[in-house]
Write a protein that binds this ligand. Structure first.
Ligand SMILES: [Fe+2]
Length: 522
């Protein structure tokens, strides 16, 4: 996560924030450049374009009954209309010197954070109540900024503007920076999980209005700091629009485009960012053995939840999710007669099954984005006491991700039903897992998995069930966005999933199998 911050966030936020602070507090704070007419035109063109875009987003959200889209529309509307009033009130054009121009722009970000309250306070009672009344809330935030803006245009001296550098101005800067910084951080985490360009651009876009408020510390009208603050706002809009365009170009679907920006749930972020390769492996597993396929999606979900409980960072959570999904992919190469044999296996058959760790690693190894996952796939049957396979690793030699997947794998195998037997009851499975902590499974991993099981119960309807099936994925991802919000009507197939083309999948598996065999034998 620190790496992500340094690589993506810092090169943008640190110099920009420092430059804004320097210009707002330094000797250049009072020096004006350019004319009021140019500033008037620039600010107005930018904010009117934003307001039109915001109205379209809000309208789409209301028309298609997607709560998060409507709420995003009201937030964008708030941060467009109030700065538009700021532009109209700029002294030297339509109006003379007036405090309204400062007031309008200062309240914009705090007001937008209020508009975003149903999203920001999710998980709380207030958040759930507001989310349930998302239509009314989004219309309130359409009307309120418009009314406030109209009042300021009629009476620009209505409210005195806080002096630059005053306590009120400082508080507004602090609230704006904290709010937009937090939203930005949340989307950076989702980028770490799903690796969607849309999440990264949303993260940078959300940070811009907060950073721009640093100018309130003292940058005078038309000074370099003042211009930079407006350019930063423009940059935010550019990032947001760029994110939407990039995502739309890739997915050609509104829901898929907006989902990475609207998602707040780690599992949904992972699902949205899955590459076609992962979908294909899961589709192939489904075609070969639906029991194993059902098992891997549950293990992926349980592993990620256990990892979340353990406070792992999003990079580790991503590895856990992908590791869970891919851990048994080597079973694609196990003959059906052995894989689905209902009775006890011979020693020779057992050694064939055990090869799935090595074959699985060879199957995923060729994909650079699955390189970390290959280690989990190989090591998911290792044991801390050194009696596991294929490498007889001991204790801390076993990668942490593999240790968690291993515990989740064992638990799911014990409690789920098979065509030829009933699943074990939970108490017995829990006791077995506890009994094997330290010898068969990593003790921490057992604790995390069991704590997650005790809190949320077993994975009965896996969140990741759409993976590789090419249907409902987006609908479920969006439905997870707002707790209690209505499910959307959209059913877009995940692009580039060939779940309905068995012939293509067969060819794909055969090619992968040849490659895997030659790698693991060579
Ligand atoms: Fe396995």
């Amino acid at each position: 996560m620190t790496g992500l911050l340094l690589r993506w966030w810092a090169p943008y936020a640190v110099p920009l924030g420092a430059a804004l602070a320097l210009l707002a507090l330094g000797p250049a704070a009072g020096r004006a450049h350019g004319t009021a007419g140019v500033a008037f035109a620039v600010v107005l063109v930018l904010t009117v374009a934003c307001a039109v875009g915001a109205a379209v987003v809000l309208g789409l959200g209301l028309a298609r009954a997607i709560p998060e889209v409507a709420l995003l529309g009201s937030v964008l509307w708030t941060v467009s209309v109030l700065p538009m009033v700021h532009g109209l009130l700029l002294p030297g054009t339509l109006y003379g010197p007036n405090p309204g121009t400062v007031v309008a722009v200062m309240v914009a970000v705090p007001a937008a954070l209020l508009a975003a309250l149903p999203v920001l306070s999710d998980g709380t009672t207030l958040g759930r109540r507001l989310a349930a009344r998302w239509r009314i809330w989004s219309i309130v935030w359409l009307v309120l900024p418009a009314l406030a803006g109209a009042a300021l245009l009629i009476a620009p001296r209505l409210i005195p503007a806080p002096a630059p550098g005053s306590l009120v101005a400082l508080a507004i800067v602090a609230v704006s920076l904290t709010g937009s910084g937090w939203l930005s951080w949340r989307h950076l985490r989702l980028f770490a999980l799903g690796r969607r360009a849309g999440s990264l651009l949303a993260s940078l876009g959300f940070l811009a209005p907060g950073l721009a408020t640093i100018a309130f510390l003292g940058a005078g009208p038309l000074s370099t700091g003042w211009w930079l603050a407006h350019a930063t706002d423009g940059l935010g809009v550019l990032f947001a629009a760029g994110g939407l365009l990039v995502a739309h170009w890739r997915d050609r679907s509104l829901s898929l485009v907006l989902a990475p920006i609207l998602t707040r749930e780690p599992l949904a972020a992972l699902e949205l960012g899955l590459t076609p390769v992962v979908h294909r492996f899961l589709a192939a597993l489904e075609a070969k053995d639906p029991v194993t396929r059902g098992h891997v999606v549950r293990v992926a979900e349980l592993s990620m939840r256990a990892g979340e409980r353990a406070g792992l960072d999003p990079v580790a959570l991503r590895e856990l999710g992908l590791g869970g999904l891919m851990h048994d992919v080597g079973k694609l190469l196990v003959p059906d007669t052995i894989l689905t044999k209902p009775s006890a296996l011979s020693d020779q058959e057992r050694s064939v099954i055990e090869r799935h760790t090595i074959d699985g690693e060879a199957l995923v190894r060729p994909y650079p984005h699955l390189a970390q996952v290959a280690a989990i796939v190989r090591a998911h049957h290792e044991r801390p006491d050194g009696r596991g396979y294929p490498d007889a690793l001991r204790g801390e030699e076993i990668p942490r991700g593999a240790a968690i997947v291993s515990a989740a794998d064992a638990l799911d195998a014990m409690i789920s039903d098979r065509p030829y037997r009933q699943g074990m009851d939970h108490d017995r499975a829990t006791a077995i897992l506890r009994g094997g902590a330290r010898s068969q499974w990593n003790a921490d991993a057992v604790e995390w998995v069991l704590a997650e099981l005790a809190t949320s119960g077993p994975v009965t309807r896996p969140r990741l069930d759409a993976v590789g099936r090419g249907e409902h994925a987006t609908e479920d991802a969006l439905a997870a966005c707002v707790p209690g919000g209505p499910r959307t009507e959209h059913r877009h197939a995940v692009s580039a999933v060939d779940a309905d083309e068995p012939a293509a999948i067969d060819l794909f598996i055969q090619a992968q199998a040849r490659r895997a065999r030659s790698t693991s034998e060579g």
